[in-house]
Write a protein that binds this ligand. Structure first.
Ligand code: AVI
Length: 321
């Protein structure tokens, strides 16, 4: 127990063996793939933070500008004294743009990265002494329950960053169905969703000139070497990211520069020259398309806010009765 933050440990980390098993299933598949969760070791998280600072990567600064500009309207829609639950809270940076206006009774940060979660919620508790702060170490993409002892009148989930876009639409719907089950009728969801737009803007955002997104993608292979003792030479792959208009998604791949093999545990996975490892999808939605998806999961739209250039959208929805 911390003097400022009530900590709830709901996560037993997967054994390295089962993660390596999961990697091997993807490497043996046709086409080859890995889950985007493997990006986020310490170096990957640092590179992601650096991506958010790149001039081409508009989502972070656009979402923050919308939160700043719409804070009082959002507060009006959400109401005071809510129990605000941030999924994937990370550095708890974006929620700071809302706290004064929203004045929730209680804040719960949910994140899988224990140390990061504790540091950031402690900083939040210090900076907002009037706020009851909880931290839950949990994998929110798996079924979970809210911890005991949260005060507040109504739970409102906050899921910024368009992380919903890293699920397929079917996974996103299943995730929202699970979330709806955790909320009472009238419980809220404040969610950031990246919008469909001109493909040149999208392609640039995932191919920044400084090469940070490429480094983020290639770090996956470095990580395979560091954490899973894989035999792989990252320089023999290159970063590829493009907008797939039919699927409304950015695809990220690592493309093999030559015929080669990756060895993981006792298995060898062969890549022909030009063959790719599909490392991430980032789906983009229209406002109506996302409202429809959330509606199928049991949420009713209440309000939404976009920027002037219609790059990004923040939706407020409530669980239907
Ligand atoms: C975390 N997620 C919403 C980011 C995105 O845009 O899909 C991850 C990312 N991948 C490459 N750049 C950023």
């Amino acid at each position: 127990m911390d003097p400022f933050v009530t900590f709830h440990d709901q996560h037993s980390p997967a054994a390295a063996g089962s993660l390596s098993q999961e990697l091997m299933v993807g490497l043996a598949a046709t086409p080859k793939y890995t889950s985007p969760k493997f990006f986020y070791d310490r170096r990957g998280s640092e590179l992601f933070d650096a991506i958010c600072e790149q001039p081409e990567y508009y989502p972070t600064r656009t979402e923050e500008a919308i939160l700043r500009a719409a804070a009082s309207e959002i507060a009006e829609a959400v109401g005071r004294d809510a129990t605000l639950i941030e999924l994937g809270s990370g550095a708890s940076r974006k929620v700071r743009l809302l706290l004064e206006a929203l004045h929730p009774a209680c804040y719960l940060g949910v994140d899988i990265s224990r140390d990061f979660l504790l540091d950031s919620t402690r900083r939040l508790a210090t900076d907002y002494p009037w706020l009851e702060v909880h931290a839950a170490c949990a994998d929110f993409s798996q079924p979970m329950c809210w911890p005991e002892g949260l005060s507040g009148e109504r739970p409102v989930a906050f899921f910024p960053g368009s992380s919903i876009g890293n699920f397929t639409p079917a996974e996103a719907e299943a995730f929202l169905v699970g979330l709806a089950q955790l909320l009472p009728p009238g419980g809220g969801l404040l969610i950031g969703v990246d919008l469909i737009k001109d493909r040149a803007i999208l392609n640039a955002a995932y191919n920044d000139a400084a090469g940070i997104t490429a480094a983020f993608n290639l770090n996956l292979l470095e990580r395979l070497r560091r954490d899973f003792e894989a035999e792989v030479e990252p320089s023999r792959f290159h970063h590829l990211a493009f907008y797939n208009e039919v699927e409304s998604r950015i695809e990220m791949h690592l493309v093999s520069r030559c015929d080669q093999a990756i060895r993981l545990a006792e298995e060898r996975f062969f890549f022909a020259e030009g063959e790719s490892l599909h490392t991430e999808n980032s789906y983009k939605y229209s406002v109506a398309g996302f409202v429809e998806l959330a509606g199928r999961a049991g949420f009713e739209p209440c309000a939404h806010w976009t920027d002037r250039d219609a790059l990004f959208c923040i939706h407020y929805l409530e669980r239907a009765a």
